[in-house]
Write a protein that binds this ligand. Structure first.
Ligand code: TTP
Length: 229
């Protein structure tokens, strides 16, 4: 007997999708991505998709984020594979407005976090290869393009203080070196002569106070809402 598998109704998905362009917000841990998303979600034309950290903290009772920080050699690949899956969901999710605003993307998982875990020996060559093969299949076959990247560029020293202040329990043992390595990879990917950039980059200095950040968001509203530099 054949099992009837449910099939996605692509026509419905396409009809439900009104997005004309996709903007994703990138930046190191604690750089203020959620603040930017909250600010722009007030606009009628924007639907903002927050990163699903809560999902990573409770995969049928398993806190994958905590496991990854406690024992990266054992859990980094499982965690990043799951992050990649939830990112695909965000990219493909129908959007009810012209502007789709994403917190992070498939690409920072690949070029910043996974690259860092591999280079620091926390992912084996086999794990890295499997992850990258999935990434390639996804990016070559699914509609996961972005039109503009907003990069919240922040010094790792500033982030270290902010992360301690916000006290997300899983992150309390993050060493300064980890933030500094992630910073280098964000810079390599977004500021260098990169062949792996999916879209043009708007760079905002995000070392500033909150009121000053809101001013910068306002100054750059037209670029962010038009998806163009
Ligand atoms: P971030 O994606 O940097 O989100 P954030 O909440 O720090 O953003 P902001 O303060 O700018 O609003 O990271 C969330 C947590 O998940 C953080 O502990 C890093 C971790 N993480 C990975 O380990 N691998 C990944 O691929 C991603 C996307 C996050």
């Amino acid at each position: 007997t054949r099992i009837e598998l449910p099939r996605p109704n692509f026509e419905m998905l396409l009809k439900g999708n009104k997005a004309r362009f996709t903007v994703c917000v990138e930046g190191n841990i604690g750089s203020g991505k959620s603040t930017l998303l909250n600010h722009f979600s007030k606009f009628n034309d924007v639907e903002a998709f927050q990163e699903p950290v809560q999902k990573w903290q409770d995969v049928r009772g398993n806190n994958l984020l905590a496991l990854m920080y406690e024992d990266p050699m054992r859990w980094a690949h499982t965690f990043q594979a799951y992050v990649q899956m939830t990112m695909v969901e965000q990219h493909l999710h129908p959007c009810s407005t012209p502007v789709k605003l994403l917190e992070r993307s498939l690409y920072s998982g690949r070029y910043c976090f996974v690259e860092n875990l591999y280079r620091s020996g926390k992912m084996t060559n086999a794990e890295y290869t499997v992850y990258c093969e999935w990434f390639k299949i996804i990016t070559q076959n699914l509609d996961v393009g972005v039109d503009l990247i907003v990069y919240l560029q922040t010094d790792p020293e500033v982030l270290h203080t902010r992360i301690k202040e916000r006290a997300r329990s899983e992150e309390q043992a993050i060493p300064f070196q980890y933030l500094s390595d992630l910073h280098t990879l964000h810079e390599e990917w977004l500021m260098g002569p990169s062949s792996s950039l999916p879209a043009p980059v708007l760079v905002l200095d995000a070392n500033d106070t909150l009121p000053n950040m809101y001013k910068k968001f306002e100054e750059h509203t037209s670029e962010i809402l038009s998806g163009k530099l």
